[in-house]
Each structure stands twice: as C-alpha cells, then as structure tokens.
Design a protein around this ligand. Sequence first.
Ligand code: FAD
Length: 338
Amino acid sequence: MDTCVVGGGIIGALTAHALAQKGIEVQVLDAERPGAATPASAGILFSIFDPTGEGAWASLARYGHAAYPKLCAGIESEAGFERRGLLVVGMEAGQAAGWAKAQGLGCETLSPSECRRRFPQLAVPEHDVALLPEVAQIDPYRFMGAFRSRLQDAGVRWEAARVSGILQDGDQVQGVRSGEQEWQAGQVVIAAGAWSAELPEAAEPESPVRPRRGQIVAWRSVEAGNLPIVLDGHRYLVARANGEVLAGATDEDVGFDTDVTEQAREELTSFARRWCPDLLAAEPDAQRSGLRPAGGASGPRIGAHDRIRGLFFNTGHYRYGVVCAPGAASQLAEYCCP
Ligand SMILES: Cc1cc2nc3c(=O)[nH]c(=O)nc-3n(C[C@H](O)[C@H](O)[C@H](O)COP(=O)(O)OP(=O)(O)OC[C@H]3O[C@@H](n4cnc5c(N)ncnc54)[C@H](O)[C@@H]3O)c2cc1C
C-alpha cells in the first residue's frame, strides 16, 4: 500500500480521492467516532465567518466553490448539492458586497421590500441586505454516502479501524497499527479531525489541533420554498430540498464533550424564529453536535511532519472543512506526490 489515510471524514475522503487520481494506492482507516464534524455540518460552500475574503481560508474556499459542481456531477440530489444563494442580513449590504467581490462572487443589494417580495417566508429586514446568488451548499452526511461509490470506483480501500500508532523505521514511516493489526504504507496522512493530535508519534506541540463543539437544531418536512442560506452574525439558517431546515451553530470550547444542551436549543430556535416565525413555529425535530478540528488562526495544517519522513497532515479546518476540503486535498496530494 502506498498511502494510508487516517480518518474518513470529508478531509480524509477527498484526500484519498485526490491521491487515487494521481495513481497512488490508498487505504482509508476510519474509527467511526461519535461526534465527528462532517455528518453534523451544515455544508455551506463559502467561508462565512471570514469577512476579509483574504488569506488561506479564502483561497481554499474559492477552490472549493469551483470544485464542488464537478465533484457532485451525477450525484447532485443524493449529495444535497443546491445553489440557493446566501442572504447576508447581519452586515451592511456594502460591506457584504466587498466580501463577495474578494471571493470572486457576484452580489445583489435588496431593499427590505424587494427582500420581502423575493423571500416572503422571511421576516422583513430593517435595512438593505446582500444576496450572493452563486453560493452553493451540500448535505455533508448524504454527500459522504454518495461519494463512497466514487472512492470505490477509484480503487480506494476503506476499513473501520481506530489507528493507535504509527509504524516507523528510524525517521521513516512504515505504516500504522490498530491494536495488534498493522497496515504497511510508505506514506501516512493524518486526517483525523479533532482527534488529529491524539497519536503521540504525530503530535506537534507547537500547533496542536483541538476540538470546538458545534451544535445545530433541525426541522424536517418544512415547505421552505426558495429560502436562501440566511447569515446573521454568527448564526445561520440552511434549507434543503428534502424539507430539512437547519439553524446553526454554536462554537464551544468543551473538550471532547459531544452532548447537546438545552441552552443551545433555545438560542438557535429563537434565532430561527426571528427570521422565519411562521415556517419554524413548531419545536425542532432534531439537535446534533460535532467536534470541529480547530488549529491555527491563519489556516489549516496541510503538509509534511517536520521530523518523520512520509508522515503528512491534512487537518485543523475548523469552521470551513467542507468548503475547503477539495483544495486542501489537492494541496496535500501535491506534497505527497509532487
Ligand atoms: C455544527 C457544524 C457546522 C458546520 N458547518 C460547516 C459549513 O457550513 N461549511 C463548512 O465548510 N464547514 C462546516 N463545518 C466544519 C466542518 O464540518 C469540519 O471542518 C470538517 O467536517 C472537518 O472534517 P474532518 O474530516 O477533518 O473531520 P471529521 O469529520 O471529524 O472526521 C474525522 C474522522 O477521523 C476519524 N478518526 C479519529 N481518530 C481516528 C483514529 N485514531 N483512527 C482512525 N480514524 C480516526 C473519526 O472517526 C472521523 O470520522 C461545520 C462543523 C460543525 C460541527
């Protein structure tokens, strides 16, 4: 086996795909841990909390924006790929327009009455708002299900296993182990999300990845019509064609605790009803949490370990792992196979 990818979230899956496309034999090992970020994620394909539109997050997000239509070609509806657009209600329309421009996206300014006309299911905003019509979304949980057959077709092998150590010969990677079982590989990619700093051999004390819990509430069977993604400060609504509407998300420093809380449910529900009082009048049907892999403020950790040859990282994508996954995977594949 050429390369073993530790972790089968969206980062591990797209990394495996990018490596396989370069002709590399790939094995993914995934521990199926409760609290993984990808299945909990909203799947907005835009770096929504990065209003500068510059730096590492923004360039990876631009790459993702362009890459997803191709990745989802033929599986759009299974993957929940939709281009509903993003309505920025919690920011001056002019500022949002600059933000969109920096990301290479178009932007329309809507007056409160125009917003009412276009989106009657939404409360009327107090000032002009910005609509970024090109912003798309996926349903990450369903995307992962649909994408597995692409990985199979590309020859990627996938097994459930919790990796407990890296095999080394001197400073060269030889593979990984899970308890008594071993997989030989010339290269190992750590893509274990919030758990990426757990393997002692791979730990990098200067930039450890740590968990940040995000909670979301969801309604099912809502007739949301053409409701776009609605962004108001650090809260958002996401509607899907299958009738689901999400309100997200918290950002909590509670270690590996994956519980959901009453406080989050109340806050997110009341935010959702501020914007869709009639549509979301019922109690939410579901609440879930995921542990985001938080790393450095300037961007994710993509590249080689500084001492162990053949060991690579693709982790620390924090709030933007879904939109950044295609770009991060492509960069990592270049490091592994220049
Ligand atoms: C509520 C919420 C909303 C979000 N919304 C968005 C959004 O709208 N847009 C966006 O771009 N991003 C969003 N994110 C962020 C995004 O979900 C994450 O950045 C991304 O999913 C991280 O992917 P990952 O593969 O690194 O981690 P994960 O999805 O957590 O996957 C890591 C995998 O590694 C496995 N693993 C762990 N340890 C081991 C081990 N020792 N051996 C083998 N396998 C192991 C786990 O089982 C897991 O499957 C959101 C996150 C949350 C929580």
